[in-house]
Design a binder for this molecule. Sequence first.
Ligand code: HEC
Ligand code: HEC
Length: 355
Amino acid sequence: MTSNTGSVIATVAVAVGASMIVATIPTPAVGNDAQLLKDAEDTFKPLPANAATPDAPITPERVELGRKLFFDPRFSIDGTVSCSRCHLSALYGTDGLPKAKGAFDQLNDRRAPTVLNAALQFKAHWRGDRENVEDQASRALTGPVSFGNPDNASAMAKVKAIPGYTELFRKAFPDDPDPVTIGNFGKTIGAYERTLMTPARFDEYLAGNTEALSEPERQGLRIFMDTGCSGCHNGVVVGGGMFRKFGGVEDYWKETGSKAIDKGRFDVTNNPADMYVFKVPGLRNAAKAPPYFHDGSVRTLPEAVRIMAKVQLGKTLSDQDTKAIVTFLGSLTGKLPQNFAEAPVLPAAGFAPQP
Ligand code: HEC
Ligand code: HEC
């Protein structure tokens, strides 16, 4: 008891001494703040206002129609599946499940990644088997474990059966004589997704406001870069720019405990070099969107970070460094866009189930 008290007093004395030193000399942990900002600016990019491109322009009419379609379950085979069923606003564009559930509650092979900032990635889906958000959306209606429609014609017939949509398609595609097509369905949902940006404090930091990140967050950023995470997780989405083998150093399933082993992009290309290769996911809002990895096998962010260091870089992170990286990742959590946080009002019509 007495010696315990003694040691507490001693610790306090040291701490006071240390903080006096810290107050007069710049702390060495973050190092040079100007250098950290420069390294970060060279590695990452602030979010743009939206992800429109010359090939994928956005107009208010397309965005608003795409938003309605995104939230509408009535084009699915059983009338229960909308994009928003698996990409919920309240869970930052994910569903919280290890594997998403589609029509008739069928399980997908992989976890639903977020739609937030997704349009800025170089490809869509874990295995990059969709080119962009337009391609992704236009092929979802016939996915057997998502909307479950047998073909595009029957899916589009469901859209046309809801009074109100045809007029909205006309307004969104004024030059199109027959605008209710699967191609335009993809374009209008894509236009909506191209507005789903979540600017975060990290973006303010990249714009030069070093105070936008706390000291522990800046320390975590330094460790994230020095450990080698930003070799893959870089650019505007802090990922989403390349394919890499999951488990470059060590088989991933030994750490994740995955029951089924997904061969990743190999199943798409049949190229042996693509065995266990996945798209490097973006880490914006990762703190808000567990579980982690393509199969949702890991439930917490610290555990995902520890596994990454181990299987991608062959490094064993100290608990302190893991915590620092997790603290930094929290600064990537942005504000939900208003047009995603709030559900739109849809054109009214009863759902007629398939015979
Ligand atoms: C049944 C659940 C489900 C529904 C419904 C669903 N998704 Fe997804 N979404 C997923 C899953 C699972 C993936 C990952 C698929 C893969 O990589 O193999 C995904 C991937 C995506 C991606 C790629 C994200 C990335 O980081 O690569 C986008 C974009 C997306 N969905 C948008 C949509 C849109 C738009 C709709 C509606 C047209 C939709 N989703 C409907 C489950 C769903
Ligand atoms: C060699 C490339 C590479 C490096 C280096 C790397 N990662 Fe990854 N990271 C990936 C890939 C690929 C995935 C997707 C794995 C999967 O689920 O299939 C991933 C997934 C993740 C995820 C899960 C995201 C989600 O939404 O499921 C987190 C978190 C993560 N990485 C953090 C880190 C951290 C922190 C570091 C540094 C310690 C790091 N990564 C280093 C390639 C890399």
